[in-house]
Ligand binder design. Structure first.
Ligand SMILES: Cc1cc2nc3c(=O)[nH]c(=O)nc-3n(C[C@H](O)[C@H](O)[C@H](O)COP(=O)(O)O)c2cc1C
Length: 306
């Protein structure tokens, strides 16, 4: 362990404390769907992560959860789209959080939002273009500009619901050939509108999603009171009505690139938001002094949590 002398030291992240620097990366286990139970409850997923939390991990990232039907990896894959989804996920977050100490310190859990794009194994999969994935079964439908705006809203709604479910943050899957990566990659994205062509355009979806998630505010109401219409991004009355435990961070200059600079052709390397809520390593960002291995230059998501 001498190579990593700080591994078990706590890490202060955007006003919250990770108890150590051990992060369990996102891995879909098949438990996210809850299909083994008549009531589709997530008790197996909760038990799985509870065991990791008991083992003392600092941060768990769940397997990918789709923000809408088109984004599912397979027809029955897990989604976070409704208040009842948030309620079901409470079992998972509570299982992890029961290992907090009296001061509220303990393992944290973030939910990964994954839109499969053309990697979706179903006929209603979507992508920036009609280019079928070499590993795909079905030709995707190209997203219209309006569809893209809706998809951004769906990411934001999934993040808001994740917070209502008790997650400490979200991670947006931006790599490995999934939807966001498909927009980044010139080989897949042949659009001529504002979402394609120059790299800034191909980046637009990624940045709009991250900015949208950062901007959203959720009400500290019980999940049963959730009102999906409240999750529109940038709704000023909503913002005004929301008490925030933490002040919003000072404005930062716009990102010019996501985590690691992606390859301009393939978009590879843009694991955009691994540990999105955790740190911002740009000058003046919340994680600026954090070691690079733990500090991808990303943005905090929830002002009220991580
Ligand atoms: C069964 C399985 C499911 C995975 N599911 C996800 C996922 O949902 N989201 C994700 O970002 N990565 C997923 N991954 C990728 C892992 O997070 C990890 O990046 C990959 O296994 C490489 O890391 P390793 O070299 O430590 O195995 C998955 C990997 C495996 C083997």
């Amino acid at each position: 362990m001498s190579r990593y002398p700080r591994l078990f030291e706590p890490l202060q992240v955007h006003g919250r404390k990770l108890i150590n620097r051990v992060i369990m990366g996102s891995m879909h286990t098949g438990l996210e769907e809850g299909q083994h139970h008549f009531d589709h409850s997530l008790r197996n997923m909760a038990a799985f992560y509870e065991e990791r939390a008991r083992g003392g991990v600092g941060l768990i990232v769940t397997g990918g959860i789709a923000p809408n039907n088109a984004g599912r990896v397979a027809p029955l894959a897990a989604m976070m789209t409704t208040p009842s989804d948030a309620v079901r996920h409470r079992e998972v977050t509570e299982a992890v959080h029961q290992h907090r100490d009296a001061d509220g310190n303990g393992p944290m859990i973030a939910m990964q939002i994954l839109h499969a794009g053309r990697y979706g194994y179903h006929p209603w999969n979507v992508s920036p273009s009609k280019a079928k994935a070499p590993i795909g079964w079905f030709t995707p439908s190209p997203l219209s500009g309006r569809d893209i705006e809706r998809t951004i809203d769906d990411f934001v709604r999934a993040a808001a619901l994740a917070e209502e479910a008790g997650y400490d943050g979200v991670e947006v899957m931006g790599s490995e050939g999934y939807l966001i990566n498909q927009f980044l990659a010139r080989q897949v994205n042949d659009r001529t509108d504002q979402w394609g062509g120059a790299f800034d355009n191909r980046m637009r979806l990624a940045l709009r999603i991250v900015d949208g998630i950062r901007a959203v505010r959720t009400r500290p109401a019980p999940p049963s009171n959730l009102d999906p219409s409240a999750w529109r991004v940038g709704s000023e009355p909503q913002r005004a009505a929301l008490p925030l435990p933490l002040p919003p961070p000072a404005p930062l200059p716009p990102l010019t690139h996501p985590t690691t600079a992606p390859d301009a052709e393939t978009g590879d390397g843009a694991r955009l938001s691994r540990h999105l809520p955790a740190v911002d390593a740009r000058p003046g960002g919340a994680g600026a002094s954090t070691p690079p291995c733990l500090a991808p230059p990303s943005r905090p998501v929830f002002y009220s949590s991580l």
